[in-house]
Design a binder for this molecule. Structure first.
Ligand SMILES: [Fe+2]
Ligand SMILES: [Fe+2]
Length: 339
């Protein structure tokens, strides 16, 4: 923003959760805070035996799939939610988007938890170099990021871009861990992905809903133009996604199955936006092993208990004054030890 455009405010309103104008904001806040999680509580190291059994081609696909997902979650956590927060109808929507933004950072970080367990430092370096330069991956990240970053762009189109990323573009990557989950392999990696997927599902539905609310203020002609633009944008993204899928999956022979899966999810993205499906693919066309993985709940969906084999609650203790005694790190070592 240029300096001369700044107009100082002369008051500021406190957010009042006792007066909520859109109950979807409140319901979404409750759902998202209930399902809060952290990557560091999933014991990924338990997947090492499964990982060592994979050949080089399959390990390459897993590593680079997660490299791609890291980039997309980075876009969401930075440009994506920052852009959506520019166009809110209620203060509660801002609060929900704050939650989503933080969780996108958790998602982006969680792939690094997987890498640091499964991959060597040289492999990790190569995966990030690949993610930051690979043509088709960069194409999709840049197409979406430029929608977010352009201040002159229609805020409703930014919501469409967001839902396409949340509900469609992530799924070429999600296929791999779901496939392994269906074969009872890499279960803890899959647990992280299922926690991410559970979040993305709420995000896509919520932003799609906000898009539909925004569309009500548009004329019939504007609505039609929006639809035309949306389907063209989806075709453009799908065209690129096909090439990206070949690149990731040709060597393991899964390309056709992955393409079916992403067309199925593209339809779901359109549904979130209140539109008709574009592709003929339905749930029954998707590899049943993957559908099975997607439909099971996470191993522990009750955050406040330790039921399930995946997600582990950390042990907590009250803070004491000595926790703040950081002047001499060596002297404080024993005193502050939590073990
Ligand atoms: Fe995410
Ligand atoms: Fe998300």
């Amino acid at each position: 923003m240029k300096l001369e455009e700044f107009k100082p405010v002369n008051h500021y309103d406190a957010i009042n959760w006792n007066e909520v104008s859109d109950m979807i904001d409140k319901a979404t806040w409750e759902k998202l805070t209930e399902q809060f999680w952290l990557d560091t509580r999933v014991p990924v190291a338990n997947d090492m035996d499964d990982w060592r059994e994979l050949d080089d081609d399959h390990q390459w696909t897993v590593g680079h799939v997660f490299g791609g997902l890291t980039l997309l979650d980075t876009v969401q956590s930075e440009a994506g939610l920052t852009a959506l927060k520019e166009d809110v109808k209620t203060p509660h929507e801002t609060a929900v988007l704050n939650n989503i933004q933080f969780m996108e950072s958790v998602h982006a970080k969680s792939y690094s938890t997987i890498f640091s367990t499964l991959n060597t430092p040289d492999q990790i370096k190569e995966i990030f170099e690949w993610s930051d330069t690979e043509e088709y991956l960069q194409n999709k990240a840049v197409k979406i990021a430029n929608m977010y970053l352009d201040p002159s762009q229609d805020p409703l189109k930014k919501k469409v871009a967001n839902v396409f990323l949340e509900t469609f573009l992530f799924y070429s990557g999600f296929y791999t861990p779901l496939y392994y989950l269906g074969h009872n392999k890499l279960n803890n990696v899959a647990e992280i992905i299922k926690l991410i997927l559970r979040d993305e599902s709420v995000h896509g539905t919520y932003i799609g809903y906000k898009f539909q609310v925004g569309m009500r203020d548009r004329t019939e002609k504007q609505q039609q133009d929006m639809k035309d633009w949306m389907y063209n944008f989806l075709y453009e993204l799908y065209d690129n996604e096909e090439k990206y899928t070949h690149l990731l999956y040709d060597q393991v022979g899964w390309t056709d199955d992955v393409l079916t899966f992403i067309r199925y999810n593209a339809n779901k993205a359109l549904m979130n936006l209140g539109q008709d499906p574009l592709f003929p693919d339905t749930a029954s066309d998707v590899n049943p092993v993957v559908m099975n993985g997607i439909s099971t709940s996470t191993s522990n969906h009750d955050f406040f208990s330790q039921v399930g084999n995946g997600y582990r609650m950390g042990a907590v203790e009250a803070m004491s004054d000595s926790d703040y005694d950081v002047k001499d790190p060596n002297a404080g070592k024993d005193k502050n030890s939590r073990d």
